[in-house]
Design a protein around this ligand. Sequence first.
Ligand code: FEO
Length: 397
Amino acid sequence: MKNTVLKENIFWTGYVDWDVRDFHGYATSRGSTYNSYLVKDNKTALIDSVKAPYSDYLLKSIQSYVQLDKIDYIVCNHAEPDHSGSLPVLMQKCQNAELVCNEKCKNTLSLHYDTKRWKFKIVDESTDLILGENTLKFINTPMAHWPESMATYIPQQKILFSMDAFGQHYASSGRFDYEENLIDVLYEAKKYYANIVMLYGKPVEAVLNKAANLEIEIIAPSHGIIWKDNIADIISAYKKWIYCKPDKKIVIFYDTMWKSTGIMAESIYEGALTNGVEVRKYDLKYTNITDIATEVLDAAAIAVGTPTLNKSLMPKMAEVLTYLKGLAPANKYAIAFGSYGWAKKSGQHDALEYLKQMNCKLVLEEPIQSQFVPTEEVLKKCREAGKMLAEIALEQA
Ligand code: FEO
């Protein structure tokens, strides 16, 4: 087994999940990791655990450094089961360990597991948990990602265990940023932000403000690679993402039944093609919601196309718009378009309603519609709308 040493006597003891492809609806095309860290000192602390099915692997990994009865503290930064799932096994096997968490986390854990026999040590931001040379300090980060979420910091080592923040669903043999392709890792961090964190821009801004007051040499998140050489890159990316800051970019996504809406999407695309503007077009038959959310994060404008089906949207469009509404991307201009047969006031208007609920700025108050196959007049409207979106995109800083 390869040893991953963050600093002297601080080790990664997590699990690399090469196979996971669906993480509560998130298409994890490159797998993930559940990161756990061991701090050996006069007292020994484990920071976070892994998903329940990988408990045995975690125990083996810990035992390569220390006997289980030598663990004094098990820190739970976040109660979501991808990080807490192994706690029942750990608390049973590590007989001398106290479960370190905040009050909210204790309550949340009790709603997941039988915690009656667990010894809890409740901490807050004023707590100094002295291990010996190292001290664990705690930073509440509510709603990044759940209300009880917190981060752990070791000032002596300048390591921030940031929990979900700065993470990526990215399985790899390298554990540190310098061991992997930075472009790939940053893209997966962007995807992670868009799909897990986007709704929580304000709480994450608060995390960044707190982190700005810390000296940091290592950011050790709970998923993916550990940031060491490229901390400035991920912090700078987060500063952009928390505001959904738009690029000069348009994203067209649509579903189509007999190609009419697809032809309209193509005309919007043609109209939008402009020097300096990035235009992306996705047929939802071939693109998953995870990738669409990632593309929308930094788009200036979106064009949403659906035919009418059964007096409503196409199912894949309903899925994507429901998902995006939940993630609440900010600062987006939008149009709706599509074809209908005989129910003029349904599919495309339903899409428009979603865009309103997402607080998008509507470029056109009404959708562009085509009764069955689009005429040249309809396609001209599509090209003109594409051009308008490009002009909006060009205005972005
Ligand atoms: Fe990776 Fe919110 O759990």
